[in-house]
Design a protein around this ligand. Structure first.
Ligand code: GAL
Length: 429
């Protein structure tokens, strides 16, 4: 090699080394720092999916310290109260969990406390990958207010296949079928249906109502088309009362968290439970049960072909202390990578239409079946988890259920329901 060629070569090498050391790697490029406070109710057995997302975030943004601020309490009953105090006190977290729907729009959007995220949807191409109906749920004419991370199903009946066989009981297709097997289970010393603390009783109610009214009747509650004084709506309460009589309601349900109710299916002390499919997440991720073997699932009685949905999302409060880090968090939540890390552990399916749901390495048989149903079923919104009604109605609905459980009178409950419709403006008309 000539001297000239040699020095040219070394020049090229030096150049490559210098450029290489400045090459834009994800880490070197990341200029985010400080802390990022993520607020949610995913504590304890609800934690693993969120922790997987945070681990991904840590990889992408190693200089940001993530503060995982959780307030325990299923369905967010306690977290929403703490969030209210913080928002009103001018101390918002950087990002917080909220259900897609009026839960955010009717509260913090209405109060002008949220940032419009339309820019992020545009930047990330999310108009192409989130279902239009879901974007509508997150939007007002003024903007898009949160980023959805999943789709959960509310109307699922859980059971233990080996135990049902032992008791000689079939999975009930209707609430009448359930009421018919109730005495057999009671005679076997088993709780026919387990409920937990107050919100889980409301959760049962929405599946009973859907089972009795059907999708059209359910939607009609919120558009004003369902006759709330009619026979069918009274039948909802009547059936609900009979179902509760076949449950542990009033015995030991108070203070029983949803996952402890799920435990009773796993240990065979109760036969059935109606709960959202975070129960599948708990049974697969924490209890390490195999879907279809360790636990069974079916649409809640009378709701085959209908998918009662809800979606967890995160928003960006105005004055978020670390706005840039929060936007990076939201970007991860909405990404395919983020959704495929979170949902297999959570028991939900991706909100994105391009999630890897048919990959059995990621999504177990329960999740694959939920994804298949989501694609073909009639979709309706959950009341208890923020998708169907405004916050005023959803927040006060528990008092209608209380009135019913103390009075046992369908007429009184229907009248109270109508009064709440009127005061909240949630039921169309
Ligand atoms: C729901 C929420 C789910 C799960 C559940 C139990 O409201 O959407 O993700 O957390 O509560 O707490």
């Amino acid at each position: 090699m000539s001297k000239r060629l040699l020095s040219l070569c070394s020049l090229v090498i030096v150049f490559a080394v210098v450029v290489g050391s400045f090459a834009p790697t994800a880490r070197a490029q990341d200029d985010l720092s400080g802390s990022l406070e993520i607020f949610s109710w995913w504590a304890g057995s609800e934690g693993p999916a969120l922790e997987a997302l945070i681990a991904l975030y840590n990889e992408q943004h190693p200089n940001v310290e993530v503060i995982n601020a959780t307030v325990a309490g299923g369905s967010g009953v306690n977290a929403r109260a703490v969030l209210k105090t913080r928002m009103e006190g001018g101390e918002p977290p950087d990002s917080f969990q909220v259900h897609a729907g009026q839960e955010l729009i009717g509260t913090w959007v209405a109060a002008d406390r949220m940032e419009d995220l339309t820019f992020l949807f545009e930047e990330q191409g999310w108009f192409e990958v989130f279902p239009e109906g879901l974007i509508d749920l997150l939007s007002t004419d003024e903007g898009i207010w949160s980023v959805p991370v999943n789709i959960h199903r509310s109307n699922v009946l859980w059971y233990n296949p080996a135990k049902l066989e032992e008791w000689g009981v079939e999975v009930p297709a209707t609430w009448d079928d359930f009421l018919a097997v109730c005495p057999t289970l009671q005679d076997a010393g088993v709780t026919p249906l387990v409920v937990g603390e107050a919100w889980t009783v409301n959760h049962l109610w929405e599946s009973v109502a859907l089972g009795v009214l059907g999708a059209e009747g359910w939607n009609g509650i919120w558009t004003g088309e369902t006759d709330l004084e009619g026979e069918e709506f009274l039948a909802v309460w009547d059936t609900f009362g009979k179902v509760l009589e076949c449950s542990n309601f009033g015995e030991d349900n108070e203070g029983l968290p949803w996952d402890k109710a799920t435990d009773r299916i796993a240990d065979g002390t109760a036969a059935f439970n109606v709960m959202g499919d975070w129960a599948a997440g708990y049974m697969t991720t924490t209890l390490e049960l195999v879907p279809g073997e360790g636990f069974g699932y079916a649409p809640a009685p009378g709701t085959d072909g209908v998918f009662m949905m809800l979606s967890d999302s995160f928003g960006l409060p105005v004055d978020a202390p670390n706005r840039d880090a929060a936007i990076a968090w939201l970007t991860l939540l909405g990404s395919k990578e983020g959704q495929d890390a979170f949902n297999p552990l959570k028991g939900s399916i991706p909100a994105r239409i391009d999630g890897d749901v048919t990959n059995p390495e990621l999504y177990n048989t329960y999740l694959q079946s939920a994804a298949a149903d989501w694609a073909v079923d009639t979709i309706v919104g959950s009341l208890v988890h923020g998708a169907a009604a405004n916050e005023n109605f959803a927040g006060n609905f528990g008092s209608v259920v209380d009135l019913f459980t103390t009075s046992g009178a369908p007429e009184a409950a229907a009248a109270e329901f109508i009064a709440l419709c009127e005061s909240s403006g949630a039921c169309g008309g």
